[in-house]
Design a protein around this ligand. Structure first.
Ligand code: ZN
Length: 322
């Protein structure tokens, strides 16, 4: 191993079992277990690239092909515990690229973790609700129209006198049902006055169902979930559920035709929206993040060298590049 590393002037402690290191350069996931997700997401990206190949979206396929092929990490940490920190990579920014949607979600979450405590501080007398709004599954070909209707319905809901929130953060998720239909739903974080829980403005779950049913002009009771964030708990615990992804990777790659139609239907649809008093704090989340690298958990750390990892398609792993 020492020969491989002498170029960069960095000594990487031998963390690998003999058998692993004999024929290959070290894998990113072995040197830095917390960077394991790279292999998984880039592996899914290969599959999405394959689904787009030969379709009307072949240009997206080409872009995804070159996405995050080479990762530049700074090396920090001490002794036998090297710490890698992402410094540079080229991202394709294709909407349904599994790597890019993962990075986007990380950036949004980081922003939310930073800002939500400030909102909690600014609104000490307020509490939080987590509401999931759904409707019946629809054919994938009707997804766009359905999402437009749901957006309008949410707007109507938020304008009702009985609507208790003074602000919200809302994300759209679309899952694939076993029957191939699409299941679009909204996850909403709402900030409500604490009087909501004691006063006449309190809404039972059935009241929420009635309001959403009317707003969406349905002829049936939609499935809807309301949970209050416990007094003393923080809304930050909901961030992972709120800002994960629009469609999970296993659904993206389950069926080619479904995925191509999803791409058509989701074109230019926003996945995250904000409103009311949360808008001024969180409206950045409505945009594609400029930076997909991020600061990491230790922005002050000094780098002692650079390491490059390349994507090995056959093996589905990132490995150190000489
Ligand atoms: Zn990408």
């Amino acid at each position: 191993m020492s020969d491989e590393n002498s170029d960069s002037g960095v000594a990487i402690p031998s963390l690998l079992p003999e058998s692993e290191s004999s024929n290959h350069t070290p894998a990113l996931s072995d040197l830095s277990p917390r960077d394991k997700p790279w292999d998984k997401h880039r592996g899914f990206a290969d599959r999405v690239e394959g689904l787009y190949a030969g379709s009307e979206f072949h240009r997206l396929s080409d872009r995804i092909h070159y996405c995050s092929e080479l990762l530049e990490f700074g090396l920090g940490g001490e002794g036998d515990r090297p710490k890698l920190k992402l410094k540079a990579a080229r991202f394709c920014r294709v909407r349904h690229c599994p790597v890019c949607q993962w990075r986007r979600s990380l950036m949004w979450k980081a922003k939310a973790y930073k800002v939500l405590p400030k909102i909690v501080e600014a609104y000490p007398k307020y509490r939080w609700l987590f509401v999931t709004l759904t409707q019946k599954n629809v054919a994938i070909g009707e997804l766009k129209k359905t999402l437009v209707d749901m957006n309008r319905a949410f707007q109507r809901l938020s304008q009702l006198k009985a609507f208790p929130a003074i602000g919200w953060l809302r994300s759209t998720e679309v899952t694939r049902g076993r029957d191939g239909n699409a299941h679009p739903h909204f996850h909403c974080l709402l900030i409500v006055p604490s009087s909501y829980f004691s006063g006449r403005s309190y809404l039972k779950q059935s009241d929420w169902v009635t309001m959403w049913r009317k707003a969406l002009r349905l002829d049936y009771n939609p499935v809807l979930d309301v949970q209050a964030v416990k007094q003393g708990s923080k809304p930050m615990e909901l961030v992972p559920e709120l800002l994960k992804y629009c469609t999970k990777e296993s659904d993206l790659v389950a069926d080619r035709e479904w995925f191509l139609e999803l791409t058509r239907q989701m074109h230019k649809m926003k996945c995250v929206t904000t409103g009311g008093v949360l808008k001024e704090y969180l409206k950045e989340l409505e945009q594609e993040p400029e930076d997909l690298i991020g600061e990491g958990d230790d922005p002050e750390a000094e780098d002692e060298g650079k390491l490059y990892f390349g994507w090995k398609r056959r093996e589905k792993r990132y490995r150190l590049v000489d």
